[in-house]
Ligand binder design. Structure first.
Ligand code: ADP
Ligand code: MG
Length: 706
C-alpha cells in the first residue's frame, strides 16, 4: 500500500483501485472518517457507491410546460419575494420566463437568503413541481441566483446524486468519483471482468467497467426514468453480479457445512416427555410437526440447519425448548441467541420456568451482566457440563467458548444478517464437527426471497395459532378522535386490563422517536391520573428497560408507552389493547409484528391504528389490509404489491443480506438466472467464483467478523 505523497506526486503516480481512499487528492483523515461511515475505505469502494438518483440539468424546461409531479431544471426572472405568515412561516419567491410563472417555497430560510432573491435577477433552479394553493410550486429547490453573469452553461451529463452522510457534500462525492473513474481507466487489473462472455451475451448485460462508467456518468440521452427506478441494464448488470456473489457464497458455505459432521442425539426418553406433561397446554399440530422434524434432524450425524417460520404468537419458543431438551439429555450444551436484551431476558424467564424444575442449568448472558457473574457463567460453558445459555450476540462475540456446544438456536433471525448467522457456526466447530442449528423467524418472506436468503436451509412453517386465541379486531381511527381513545384506555385499565401505546416516526432517527414517546407519556399522564403509566424506548439502559418490562408483565404498570422497540417477541398475555400512533408511517409487516404483541390469550383484543388526517389513497388501502387480514403471509404479499416502485424495503426488516447495489425486491426477477449462473460457475469456473465472492463480500465471510 502506498502512502500519500502530497498532491504534486500523487497526480503523477497512478493509483491502484485497492489503494486507501486517502491517497486521493484532498482526502484527509477527517474526510476519510466520513467516507468510512458510508462504507468507503479504498478507491474501488467509491465506484460501488452508486447514485440513488439523478438530476437532469442538461436542458431547461419552459415554466409554462411544467406539470405536477415532474422534476425540472428551469430558468426565470425573480418577480416577487416575500415572507408569508400563516400556519407555517414561509419564504415565497415567484419567478417567470415569459411562458409562465412558478413559486419557490422555503420553510427554512435565512435573512441573507431572503435578501439575495432580489426582484429582477435571473435565477436557475432544479426541483420537483407540485400543485400549490394558488399556482405550481417547488419546495426547497436547489437554486442559483445568476446575478450579472447569466450565461451559465448547461451540464453535459445527468448529474448523479449519491447517498451521503452528515457533512459530506455531493460536490465532494462527485469529485471523488471522477478520480476513482480515472483510476479505473489506469488500473484495469483490479476490476477484471469475472462473468464469462457467454453469460453476458445470454443475459444481455454490459461489461462491468462500462456499467460502472454509465451509472456514475450517464450520457445526456440516458433514460432518467429507468435509471431512477434502478431498471437500467447498467444497474441490473451490477445487481446481477452482486446477487450472484451472494448466492455463490451461500452455496459454498452450505457445502462446507453439510460436508461436516455433528454429534447425534438420541430421541429424548426422559426430559422431553416430562416437559410436555408439565406445560399448561398441549402443542398444536403444527408445533408437533416442527418438533418431530427437529427430533429426527438432531438424531443424525449431519448437522441440522433448519428454519422455523411461524407467524407472531404461533409458539416458536416452546419448540426451541424441545430442541434444547433433546440436546441436554445427550449431555451437550445449548446456546440461544436473541436480537435484544429484552428478548433474551424474556426467554431466560420462560426457560427457567420450564427447565429448572427438570434440574437443568439455565444461564443468562448479556452485555450488561456484571463481570463476576459473567465470569461464573462463562466458566460454566468451558466445563463440559450440559447447560442452556441464553443471550444476545454478546454471548458469541467475546472470548466465550463452549466446551460441548451441541445446538445453536437463533431467534427472530430477521434481525441478524445471513452471513452473521453462518459465521456463528464457527463457535461450536471442532475440527470438522459442527453444532446443530435452529433458526426461528416470524417474518413472512416471499418464496423467491426465501430461496435466496435462506438457500442453505431446510424449512418448516408453523401455520397454526394456539387454539385459545381470539383474533385481534383492528380499527382505523383519525387522530382527531384521540380523546375517545384515551377514554377507552381508562375503562379498560379500570377492568384490570393492560394497554400498549406505540409511538412511531417516519424519520430514521431513534432520538426523535424517543422524544415523541417521552412527550406522549407526559401528555397521557396529565390525562390519565389514576393509571400507572410506564415508558420504554431504545435509549434507556438495559436494566431500566428490564425493570419497566417486568413491571408491565406483573401488572404494576397498566399502560405502557413504547417506541417500536417492543416490536419483536414481547409476550404479555394480559395486554388486550394496542394503540399505534401514526400507523400510516409504518410498513405493513412491521404493523403486523407490533399487533402480534396482543391477542396472546383468550381475552378479546383490539388494535387501534391511529392516523394523522388527511390519509392518501395508498395509505388508506394499506391500513385497510391491516383491518381485514391477520395473516402474516398475505399481509407481506400485499405490502410488496402496494409499495411504490422506488420504495426500498430495509434489508433489516426482511432478514435479507445487506447489499450495496442490488435490492432483492426490485431485482427479484433476476434470481432464477442468478441461481442457474451460480451453479454453472461453480462447475465450470471455480477460480472466478472465489474472486467474485471476494469482490462483493470481501472479508465479511471470515468467521472472526461476527
Ligand atoms: P412466537 O412464535 O411469536 O415466538 P411465543 O413462543 O412467544 O410465540 O408464544 C406465544 C404465547 O403462546 C406464549 O405465551 C406461549 O406460552 C403460548 N403458547 C405457545 N404454544 C401454545 C399452545 N400450543 N397452546 C396455548 N398457548 C401456547
Ligand atoms: Mg418469539
Amino acid at each position: 500500500m502506498r502512502l500519500s505523497l502530497g498532491s504534486a506526486l500523487t497526480t503523477i503516480t497512478p493509483h491502484s483501485l485497492s489503494d486507501p481512499i486517502t491517497v486521493l487528492d484532498g482526502v484527509g483523515i477527517r474526510l476519510a472518517e466520513k467516507l468510512e461511515r458510508i462504507g468507503i475505505n479504498m478507491i474501488q469502494d467509491v465506484l460501488f457507491h452508486l447514485p440513488h438518483r439523478y438530476i437532469d440539468r442538461t436542458h431547461l424546461t419552459p415554466i409554462g410546460a411544467l406539470r405536477h409531479g415532474y422534476s425540472a431544471y428551469i430558468h426565470g426572472e425573480i418577480e416577487l419575494t416575500q415572507v408569508r405568515y400563516g400556519k407555517r412561516r414561509s419564504l415565497l419567491c415567484q419567478i417567470s420566463d415569459g411562458t409562465g410563472a412558478i413559486v419557490l417555497r422555503f420553510f427554512y430560510f435565512s435573512k441573507a437568503q431572503e435578501k439575495g432573491l432580489q426582484r429582477g435577477l435571473p435565477l436557475r433552479c432544479y426541483g420537483q413541481v407540485r400543485r400549490g394553493p394558488n399556482s405550481l410550486e417547488m419546495i426547497h429547490p436547489e437554486y442559483r441566483v445568476l446575478g450579472k453573469t447569466p450565461d451559465v452553461e448547461l451540464e453535459e451529463q445527468l448529474t448523479a446524486v449519491y447517498p451521503s452522510t452528515e457533512g459530506l457534500q455531493q460536490s465532494r462525492l462527485r469529485k471523488l468519483t471522477d478520480q476513482a473513474l480515472s483510476t479505473l481507466n489506469n488500473d484495469k487489473q483490479h476490476l477484471i471482468e469475472l462473468l464469462p462472455a457467454t453469460i453476458l451475451a445470454e443475459q444481455k448485460l454490459p461489461t462491468l467497467v462500462s456499467a460502472l462508467e454509465y451509472v456514475h456518468r450517464p450520457p445526456p440521452d440516458a433514460d432518467i426514468k429507468s435509471l431512477t427506478a434502478g431498471h437500467h441494464p447498467a444497474q441490473q448488470r451490477l445487481a446481477f453480479e452482486e446477487l450472484l456473489a451472494q448466492q455463490l457464497s451461500l452455496l459454498m458455505l452450505r457445502d462446507e457445512f453439510r460436508s461436516g459432521r455433528a454429534p447425534a442425539f438420541n430421541i429424548s426418553q426422559r426430559l422431553v416427555p416430562t416437559y410436555l406433561q408439565g406445560l399448561p397446554f398441549t402443542l398444536t399440530h403444527a408445533q408437533q410437526l416442527a418438533c418431530e422434524a427437529i427430533a429426527s434432524d438432531l438424531s443424525r450425524t449431519m448437522p441440522m440447519l433448519r428454519l422455523i417460520q411461524g407467524d407472531v404468537g404461533s409458539g416458536k419458543t416452546v419448540v426451541a425448548a424441545y430442541a434444547a431438551l433433546q440436546t441436554i439429555e445427550a449431555g451437550y450444551q445449548v446456546a440461544i441467541m436473541a436480537p435484544t436484551e429484552l428478548l433474551a431476558e424474556q426467554h431466560y424467564h420462560n426457560f427457567l420456568s420450564w427447565l429448572e424444575p427438570l434440574g437443568i442449568d439455565v444461564r443468562l448472558l448479556t452485555g450488561k451482566l456484571k463481570k463476576s457473574l459473567r465470569k461464573a457463567a462463562t466458566a460454566r460453558l468451558q466445563d463440559d457440563a450440559p447447560v442452556v445459555a441464553i443471550g444476545t450476540h454478546a454471548l458469541f462475540q467475546e472470548a466465550i467458548s463452549f466446551a460441548k456446544l451441541g445446538l445453536i438456536v437463533i431467534d427472530e433471525q430477521h434481525r441478524f444478517g445471513v452471513h452473521q448467522r453462518l459465521a456463528l457456526l464457527a463457535k461450536g466447530q471442532h475440527h470438522n464437527t459442527y453444532p446443530h442449528q435452529l433458526i426461528m423467524t416470524a417474518t413472512p418472506i416471499p418464496r423467491t426471497l426465501t430461496m435466496t436468503a435462506y438457500a442453505d436451509l431446510d424449512h418448516t412453517v408453523i401455520d397454526e395459532l394456539p387454539p385459545n386465541r381470539k383474533p385481534v379486531s383492528t380499527c382505523v381511527i383519525s387522530n382527531a378522535r384521540r380523546d375517545n381513545v384515551i377514554e377507552r384506555i381508562e375503562h379498560l385499565c379500570a377492568e384490570g386490563r393492560q394497554v400498549f401505546w406505540v409511538c412511531t416516526l417516519i424519520e430514521e432517527s431513534e432520538t426523535l422517536q424517543c422524544e415523541t414517546a417521552i412527550d406522549t407519556t407526559e401528555k397521557l399522564k396529565d390525562r390519565l391520573t389514576t393509571i400507572e403509566i410506564g415508558l420504554i424506548h431504545g435509549r434507556m439502559k438495559a436494566s431500566e428497560k428490564e425493570s419497566v418490562m417486568q413491571d408491565f408483565k406483573n401488572g404494576k404498570i397498566s399502560l405502557l408507552v413504547a417506541t417500536t422497540v417492543i416490536e419483536v417477541g414481547v409476550d404479555v398475555p394480559n395486554a388486550s389493547l394496542m394503540i399505534i400512533d401514526n400507523a400510516e408511517r409504518l410498513g405493513l409487516s412491521q404493523l403486523h409484528q407490533l399487533r402480534g404483541r396482543i391477542g396472546r390469550s383468550a381475552i378479546k383484543s383490539d388494535c387501534i391504528l391511529m392516523y394523522q388526517a388527511p390519509l392518501g389513497d395508498l395509505a388508506r388501502q394499506r391500513l385497510a389490509v391491516m383491518r381485514t387480514s391477520s395473516d402474516g403471509f398475505l399481509i407481506a404479499e400485499k405490502d410488496l404489491e402496494l409499495r411504490g416502485p422506488g420504495e426500498v424495503l430495509g434489508t433489516q426488516q426482511a432478514g435479507l443480506p445487506d447489499m450495496r447495489v442490488a435490492n432483492l425486491l426490485r431485482d427479484a426477477h433476476l434470481l432464477p438466472d442468478v441461481q442457474s449462473t451460480a451453479k454453472f460457475l461453480l462447475k465450470h469456473h471455480p477460480d472466478q467464483v472465489k474472486l467474485l465472492v471476494h469482490r462483493w463480500l470481501g472479508n465479511s465471510l471470515e468467521y472472526s467478523n461476527v
